[in-house]
Design a protein around this ligand. Structure first.
Ligand SMILES: [Zn+2]
Length: 364
């Protein structure tokens, strides 16, 4: 991304864009001597473990709110030491990592208790603007062009919880036999139950956020697929029922990573429009778009384009993934800040009139 790219909005778009965000710690950016306000950035989304009093103070001084990215169901580093939390697949085996991602069993009590304790500590310690649930899905990989979509989790904890909440009695047998029986006889109940488990996590986290920091928001980074893509895998495998989640979260941040997912930049706009119709103002929409680190002009143009498209539809904010790359490119930061390119529509590949320019404060 070019976090170096000014996060701004088209003057011709009259709607209010309340969040012009950067995802990740702005250290690399600051190391270059830049101020967030110089680039129109008014929010940073930082890994919860990397938030410090110093970061909060400096970001605030530069006019940016600090949100915590919270790795909700990321099991890496935990499941290796706590086998009971390792997701179990339909073969009754530990599910292999989904490329670089390793999930956790959402019903394993020890893992959940740890995450909730971490959330408590985070909110007790820092006056942050909100918590964004990340890795909020059952074990899978949706960020790659070829998704990894395993059936999980058939751990003892999950099957027992499924029985208790659904009323379905699963015959005794091996984990593989029980998985086969569930998927064959009660797939619908199973998939509904799986969405309810994520909802339960979200509800508890929301209650904690509201209790400890009443003004803070709960958001979610999520798989951007529509209801039908990959045979409904967003709900069927990841367990994300957006209608249900809309009853809990304050904001959705679809991860519209066009580059990673090998989609055209225009897909970002189409997806945000789709989500806008789906959510119907029940929650805010602040997409996270991917900017390129390439020095190629065409890539930089695409970055501007996806930033503009990410702020389309009902989106009232947009954030850029991610900050470090821009800071590593001095020339790019200079170009972006100077806005010679961005101010000149002939140098942008956008079809419409809305030029992306370095924004005046509060204008995005
Ligand atoms: Zn499980």
């Amino acid at each position: 991304m070019s976090m170096a790219m000014p996060v701004c909005v088209a003057a011709t778009e009259r709607k209010k864009i309340e969040i012009r965000g950067l995802y990740s710690h702005p250290k690399a950016f600051w190391d270059k001597g830049a101020r967030l306000s110089d680039y129109g950035v008014n929010a940073v989304f930082v890994h919860s473990g990397s938030i410090t009093a110093e970061l909060l103070a400096r970001a605030t001084d530069e006019g940016a709110r600090v949100f915590a990215e919270f790795p909700t169901l990321n099991g890496k580093g935990y499941v290796e030491k706590h086998a009971e939390a390792w997701p179990i697949n339909e073969h009754g085996e530990k599910a292999p990592a989904a490329t670089w991602f390793m999930g956790a069993c959402p019903t394993e009590p020890g893992f959940r208790a740890l995450r909730m304790k971490q959330l408590d500590a985070l909110l007790d310690t820092f006056d942050i603007a909100g918590v964004w649930m990340d890795y909020f899905h059952w074990h899978a990989q949706f960020e790659d062009p070829n998704p990894v979509l395993p059936e999980t989790c058939f751990s003892q904890s999950c099957v027992a919880t499924f029985e208790n909440t659904s009323g379905v009695r699963v015959p005794a047998g091996s984990a593989a036999e029980r998985a086969r029986w569930i998927l064959k006889r009660h797939a619908r109940e199973w998939r509904n139950w799986r969405t309810s488990q994520l909802l339960d996590w979200a509800r508890e986290m929301k209650a904690t956020v509201r209790k400890k920091r009443p003004g803070a928001l709960l958001g979610v980074y999520h798989c951007p697929w529509t209801d039908d893509e990959f045979d409904g895998a967003r709900r069927r495998i990841l367990g994300l029922d957006l209608d249900q989640i809309a009853t809990v979260v304050d904001a959705f941040s679809p991860m519209v990573y066009h580059g990673r997912m090998r989609r055209r930049p225009e897909w970002v706009g189409a997806n945000v429009e789709w989500l806008s119709r789906k959510i119907r103002n029940r929650a805010k929409i602040w997409p996270i778009v991917q900017a390129h680190t390439s020095r190629m002009k065409s890539q930089r143009m695409n970055s501007r384009k996806v930033l503009r498209l990410g702020a389309s539809g009902a989106a009232s904010g947009v954030m850029i993934f991610k900050a470090q790359s821009a800071a590593s490119d001095n020339a790019k930061m200079h170009v972006c800040a100077g806005s010679t390119e961005s101010a000149n529509p002939s140098n942008d590949d956008r079809p419409g009139p809305a030029p992306l320019t370095r924004s005046p404060p509060h204008a995005l």
